[in-house]
Design a protein around this ligand. Structure first.
Ligand code: AMP
Length: 563
């Protein structure tokens, strides 16, 4: 695996600074290939899916081309859903943090069109939009195409599955001839290849060529988690399996630092390893890990290369690797020298499809698991303490302690059993409220095949037809949380709102218990909140004309569709 650093890619210094801030250690494999080709001005067909770093792969070269002094619309990126449009816009904003004068606007159906028109008039250079709404603006001439030099189609196969084929074709045919056309797609069905033939000029195809790899014999589990519960899940697994040495892999330097801090804060012996450390610091961390003083090594893929420690009992994919090959390398850190190894992967939301592809490519089995519940952990902790207690009974002289307990039992109203139970409770520490739903195991990766992206022609989903609009995506969403409805709230972090405020408003206004509210995904200007499907109507009604922190808010169903 050759690593390409971002400073080898001849990027604008301001983009490099942003990438450093984002904690990226090296270009992901798809970025290493796509960025130079797109920067040459060539048309690109990129075969990559979510989780590979594809957004930055097309976003970085796009930003290199934008002229911040011109306030004309210069680029359009088309996305299948409003959520993706928001995510892409936010990633590009992060990348352009130091490039003053660049305005990125997500536009999608369901949002007030006059607000979008105002945004477009304010000198937006990059629009990230769903096809239907982009066409609408083209018809109204609120999007003018004459200065557009770049068009990107993100998740083209998903747009096809949602019935946007004609819309994509209409948009492409109205753009200036002289332009760069970039298309990213996880799979390459015939219709997508057709678009490439019709609307691209000698496109260069970039994809990560997969080598034959031998997957080590390691037991592999995976857990569906929420971003905010990841650390807790990891700690439960550490408590439950009690590996003597483990390595946790993160995708960014920043995440390495954060996880080390979180683990240390909870009393674990963890140290981080990434490219910002000096050789002397790395040596110190490694010798501490080899000697067992450090029990958990938290590392990026690049930094972990060349580490040779035999008795690693567990590997955590704290972040899902950006490349299948990384997965195999990571889990190969355990199960060495004839010992048994175990690997735990955490997936958040749609990352499950990345893991499904990894399983398919590696021809391995990644077993879905439920997160251990607090009761499981309590039982295990108690068992461990009891083992130590028995050892004390066998090996030390307890006469003094026995007389102290005897005195307590004689003078207080309690039995020696009560005293033992209270001591056990004290030594187990505080009990917290369980914040994780541990009743539900992760979905089987094999079952996902029926619904998810397929590897080129094997899927059962309708292709291309209008009648299929939204169907597959809809199914995926429903499959994720059948009992929950996702709502869209038109305010976010930039309005000084915190998830707790949204939770408070939803629960307070509708009268449903806060406990019933599901995940709250907050972005700069928007928030998605899950509520039980049966209460969705009541919540929507209750949230009409409501203010959160003094701001008027609009709540509607987030239907996962573009318009
Ligand atoms: P994407 O495949 O574009 O959905 O990206 C998935 C995640 O990877 C996003 O959170 C990105 O910010 C992150 N990411 C993109 N490029 C890199 C990189 N080179 N190193 C680490 N993380 C990255």
């Amino acid at each position: 695996m050759e690593t390409i650093r971002f400073d080898e890619l001849q990027l604008d210094e301001r983009i490099l600074r942003a990438v450093t801030d984002m904690g990226f250690e090296a270009a992901s494999p798809i970025q290493a290939q796509a960025i130079p080709v797109q920067m040459e001005g060539r048309d690109v067909v990129g075969q990559a899916q979510t989780g590979t770093g594809k957004t930055a792969a097309f976003g970085i070269p796009l930003l290199q081309k934008i002229n911040p002094d011109s306030k004309k619309l210069q680029a359009i990126a088309l996305c299948p859903t409003r959520e993706l449009a928001i995510q892409v816009a936010e990633e590009i904003r992060r990348l352009s943090k130091y490039m003053h004068g660049i305005k990125v606007l997500p536009i999608y159906g369901g949002q007030d069109i006059t607000r979008q028109i105002r945004g477009l008039k304010e000198g937006t250079q990059i629009v990230i939009g769903t096809p239907g709404r982009v066409m609408d603006h083209m018809r109204r001439k609120t999007i003018r195409c004459d200065h557009i030099h770049t068009v990107i189609m993100d998740e083209a196969d998903e747009m096809l599955n949602m019935g946007f084929l004609e819309d994509m074709e209409t948009i492409l045919s109205q753009l200036p001839e002289e332009r760069q056309t970039v298309m990213f797609s996880a799979t390459m069905p015939a219709e997508i290849q057709n678009i490439a033939r019709q609307f691209q000029k000698e496109p260069v195809t970039v994809k990560v060529v997969k080598k034959e790899l031998t997957v080590p014999k390691v037991t592999q589990y995976y857990y569906e988690v929420k971003p905010k519960t990841k650390v807790e899940v990891m700690c439960r697994l550490l408590d439950m399996y009690a590996p003597s040495l483990s390595i946790a892999f993160c995708n960014t330097k920043r995440q390495v630092d954060e996880l080390v801090q979180d683990l240390q804060g909870r009393g674990y012996f963890a140290e981080g390893l990434h490219g910002d450390l000096k050789q002397i610091q790395r040596d110190r961390v490694m010798s501490s890990f080899r000697s067992g003083t450090t029990e958990i090594l938290v590392a990026t893929d690049v930094a972990a290369r060349g580490i040779d420690v035999d008795n690693v009992e567990a590997v955590f994919n704290y972040d899902i690797p950006q490349d299948d090959e990384y997965y195999v390398h990571r889990i190969g850190r355990t199960g060495r020298a004839g010992k048994e190894g175990i690997a735990f992967s955490f997936v958040v939301g749609r990352e499950v499809y990345k893991l499904r592809d990894i399983q398919r490519y590696c021809k391995t089995k990644i077993i879905p698991q439920a997160v251990p519940s607090l009761d499981d952990i309590t039982a295990i902790k108690a068992e461990k303490i009891m083992e130590q207690v028995m050892e004390q009974i066998r090996e030390s002289d307890l006469t003094k302690m026995v007389s102290l307990i005897e005195r307590a039992v004689l003078t207080e109203e309690c039995t020696s059993l009560d005293v033992a139970a209270a001591l056990l409770k004290l030594s187990m520490g505080e009990e917290n409220e369980d914040i994780i739903d541990s009743s539900r195991p992760a979905r089987s990766l094999d079952d996902l095949d029926r619904y998810g992206r397929d590897g080129g022609g094997r899927g059962k989903g309708n292709r291309g037809g209008r009648d299929s609009r939204g169907s597959r995506y809809g199914r995926e969403v429903r499959e994720e949380r059948e009992d929950m409805a996702r709502l869209f709230v038109n305010i976010g972090k930039n309005q000084n709102i915190r998830p707790g405020d949204v939770l408070g408003a939803v629960a307070g206004e509708s009268g449903i218990s806060g406990k019933l509210v599901g995940s709250i995904d907050m972005y700069d200007n928007y928030t998605f909140v899950e509520v039980p499907r049966e209460y969705a109507g009541a919540v929507l009604k209750a949230m009409k004309d409501v203010k959160i922190k003094g701001k008027n808010v609009h709540v509607e169903k987030a239907n996962g569709r573009g318009r």
